[in-house]
Design a protein around this ligand. Structure first.
Ligand code: HEC
Ligand code: HEC
Length: 226
């Protein structure tokens, strides 16, 4: 019985999370990019810049969620959403949760009245508070840590999508990297050249599949991967 109950809760939680919440079919993520990213950095974790125009959106979301006053915890997110909807149209230094010093350096946000509707703001704010969460931040940082811990060549291969066609020990679309490395005549220069300019018909096992040219890779990165 307990088990059934728990699976039910799990299903409810899961479906609740996986649903891409949309107000009137408005896409909060897209709208946030269109209407807010010219000033607010949207990365998670955020990138911060010397002369940024506004606090990163993750900071804004974390901020509001923790500072908003409520006696009823279940009202925290609805209140936070209401705050965003009001603030974007009627911003003021006294309402802002930004600390004094940041406010002075950024200046109060210019009202976005006429540039975004209340429905759009509802979608934007719902997305903000479902995306910029501690859980998503932890996951993003875990991935970043994993990337940082890899040898640089492996990280570059992953980031440039090489591993969708290559595995170390097994041929997929491209030859196994082990076979590439042990092929006669494959010097560092030869491999760098193939990576930057592509390759075809060199491996019988490719069966006509070609290696696309990665012209945009810098020589240094191609060399690191090679
Ligand atoms: C023209 C630049 C600009 C645009 C566009 C902009 N903002 Fe801002 N925003 C700022 C600045 C600067 C601040 C920091 C000063 C302040 O709190 O008013 C800020 C602060 C905020 C705050 C209050 C933060 C707090 O901690 O109290 C919210 C909420 C906010 N922005 C939401 C949005 C949303 C949502 C959008 C897109 C619909 C948006 N902003 C578009 C410049 C901008
Ligand atoms: C669309 C699939 C695909 C992608 C993506 C791809 N490769 Fe390849 N790769 C191949 C195929 C197919 C071959 C074999 C071509 C041939 O037979 O000459 C190959 C061959 C190679 C070779 C051997 C070249 C030689 O001269 O022996 C290297 C090295 C290589 N790939 C590295 C990479 C790297 C690094 C990346 C990412 C920057 C990458 N590949 C991305 C399909 C791919």
């Amino acid at each position: 019985m307990k088990l059934v109950l728990w699976s039910l809760i799990a299903i409810l939680l899961f479906t609740g999370c996986s649903q891409n919440k949309k107000v009137n079919n408005l896409d909060g993520k897209k709208l946030l990019e269109q209407k807010c990213s010219s000033c607010h950095n949207l990365d998670l974790p955020p990138k911060t810049f010397e002369n940024e125009k506004a606090p990163p959106m993750m900071a804004v979301a974390f901020h509001i969620k923790s500072f908003i006053k409520t006696e009823d915890e279940s009202q925290r997110i609805p209140k936070a959403i209401a705050f965003v909807k009001d603030y974007v149209i009627n911003p003021s230094a006294s309402k802002s949760f930004c600390d004094k010093k940041s406010l002075e350096s950024y200046g109060v946000m210019p009202s976005q009245k006429g540039k975004v509707t209340q429905d759009e703001l509802q979608a934007i704010a719902e997305y903000m508070f479902s995306h910029f969460t501690q859980k998503n931040l932890n996951e993003a940082q875990l991935i970043q840590n994993r990337l940082n811990a890899m040898p640089k060549g492996e990280r570059l291969a992953l980031q440039n999508n090489c591993l969708s066609c290559h595995k170390v020990n097994k041929k997929i679309v491209g030859p196994a990297l082990r076979d590439v490395a042990s092929k006669k005549g494959n010097t560092l220069e030869v491999l760098m050249n193939s990576i930057k300019n592509g390759s075809k018909k060199k491996y019988a096992t490719s069966k006509g599949a070609i290696m696309p040219a990665f012209k945009k890779l810098s020589d240094a990165d191609a060399k690191t991967i090679a």
